[in-house]
Design a protein around this ligand. Structure first.
Ligand code: HEM
Ligand code: NAG
Ligand code: NAG
Ligand code: NAG
Ligand code: NAG
Ligand code: NAG
Ligand code: NAG
Ligand code: NAG
Ligand code: NAG
Ligand code: NAG
Ligand code: NAG
Length: 331
């Protein structure tokens, strides 16, 4: 009798916990099957349209999803404009004068709202736009888990402190990934996204002239590549000049990011550290694997994008479906 009652209470407690536990909420690739079956096609068609004006926008869009997910989860908090009630993440150090593509997100939202009004979250639009960006640039396709809802808040402090900087060491960066549940495999695979897009001179100039105050360039830089970067990024020039993150195939989503690292041609300090004997034996093996086997890179990249897309989504009755990605509803 006593043990029967104990089992009964345990079962009831388990069921209650399952019902009350928002962390167990799952995303599903078929989430919009009834409400907006064509949503991936619509997103893809707007990204494709935007690519007509130049190849960079796909890189800018996947970066928005990354910078969204690392701050209070994948909840479109990065899209909220500054206002009397919102201290915008757009003004945080990793984003200001750097993140771009917000106008394309707005065009996607307009097209999706016109097909399926009030159904699709801005957070899911960022995840879908990231997928289309990768596949339209030559990378893999995958079915994106969906069902995220949009935040009512932003966290500028979170954006300043949770998104990795190119100047911090691999161990700090690894900690920031671990803080959102991503491991070293995820880190190396996801950094493969630096296979396209651009970076401003101010993000790598520290390596070119007087690295760590030692009066010399970063010794891990390939000397031919160093000379090319010094042309793009003079010591006293504008910090806004742009260099390709992937010097070999700047606009294609492929595995050349990793073969570049093997040749000392990583652009950011944080990129080249993945191949540094002093900081990352485990990461070197992954770089070599991805550099020699693009199929392996694509497989791991897809899994890690799904892992990143699963960071603390708002689901069920939490958050809202914003009607304008830039503002909380009713504000
Ligand atoms: C260790 C972590 C990372 C660091 C330190 C880092 C740092 C940076 C920096 C400094 C830039 C140049 C920004 C500018 O100059 O305006 C950049 C660009 C970019 N990042 Fe990362 N990043 C990291 C991880 C990621 C991840 C995980 C992704 C995507 C999955 C990503 C995708 C991109 C893309 C595509 C660009 C080019 C954007 C454009 O051209 O507009 N990065 N990153
Ligand atoms: C889905 O969207 C695409 C792009 O907007 C459009 O070409 C196509 O006709 C749509 N299909 C359906 C079934 O609505
Ligand atoms: C952003 O909004 C806050 C109030 O939420 C305000 O104090 C701040 O000045 C605004 N920043 C800019 C750059 O407009
Ligand atoms: C975040 O960093 C930016 C740029 O350095 C700074 O202007 C802003 O005040 C910081 N925000 C918070 C809340 O610390
Ligand atoms: C952003 O760019 C504008 C225009 O180029 C410049 O005036 C401003 O100082 C920059 N802000 C930061 C934080 O770099
Ligand atoms: C914002 O992010 C910071 C750093 O992750 C965290 O300590 C803080 O609690 C967050 N603020 C809110 C209101 O969630
Ligand atoms: C690395 O993290 C430690 C501990 O949070 C911090 O004190 C240090 O400044 C960070 N290093 C860099 C280069 O950001
Ligand atoms: C390099 O930077 C260090 C520390 O900031 C400084 O003391 C040194 O004079 C610089 N060297 C050169 C060659 O500019
Ligand atoms: C850069 O500026 C500093 C001081 O403003 C000057 O001493 C130096 O010669 C300049 N370097 C170049 C390459 O023009
Ligand atoms: C430097 O880059 C060139 C290609 O530009 C390559 O042939 C060479 O092997 C690289 N050097 C090193 C040390 O990796
Ligand atoms: C490349 O990676 C794939 C996927 O992990 C694997 O199936 C394949 O055997 C690898 N190819 C080689 C040549 O190692």
């Amino acid at each position: 009798m006593f043990s029967f009652r104990t089992i009964g209470y345990t079962a009831v407690t388990a069921i209650l916990l399952a019902l009350l536990q928002p962390c167990n909420a799952q995303l599903h690739t078929t989430f919009y099957a009834n409400t907006c079956p064509n949503v991936s096609t619509i997103v893809r068609s707007i990204v494709q349209q935007a690519l007509q004006s130049g190849p960079r926008i796909s890189a800018s869009l996947i970066r928005l999803h990354f910078h969204d997910c690392f701050v209070q989860g994948c909840d479109a908090s990065i899209l909220l404009d500054n206002s009397s009630t919102i201290l915008s993440e757009k003004l945080a150090a990793p984003n200001v004068n750097s993140t771009r593509g917000f106008n394309v997100v707005d065009s996607i939202k307009t097209a999706v709202e016109s097909a399926c009004p009030g159904d699709v979250s801005c957070a899911d639009i960022l995840a879908l736009a990231a997928q289309s960006s990768v596949s339209l640039s030559g990378g893999p396709s995958w079915n994106v888990p969906l069902g995220r809802r949009d935040s009512l808040t932003a966290n500028q402090t979170g954006a300043n402190t949770s998104i990795p900087s190119p100047f911090e060491g691999l161990s700090n960066i690894t900690s920031k990934f671990a803080a959102v549940g991503l491991n070293t495999n995820d880190l190396v695979a996801l950094l493969g996204a630096h296979t396209f897009g651009r970076a401003q001179c101010r993000t790598f100039r520290n390596r070119l002239y007087n690295f760590s105050g030692r009066g010399k360039p970063d010794s891990t830089l390939n000397t031919t590549y160093l000379t090319a970067l010094q042309q793009i990024c003079p010591q006293n020039g504008s910090g806004a000049a742009l260099a390709n993150l992937d010097t070999t195939t700047p606009d294609s989503f492929d595995n050349s990011y990793f073969t570049n690292l093997q040749k000392g041609q990583g652009l950011l300090q944080s990129d080249q550290e993945l191949f540094s004997t002093s900081t990352g034996a485990a990461t070197i093996a992954l770089v070599n694997n991805f550099g020699s086997n693009q199929t392996a890179f694509f497989q791991c990249f897809v899994q890690s994008m799904i892992n990143m897309g699963n960071i603390s989504p708002l689901t069920g009755g939490n958050g809202e479906i914003r009607s304008d990605c830039k503002k909380v509803n009713g504000s």
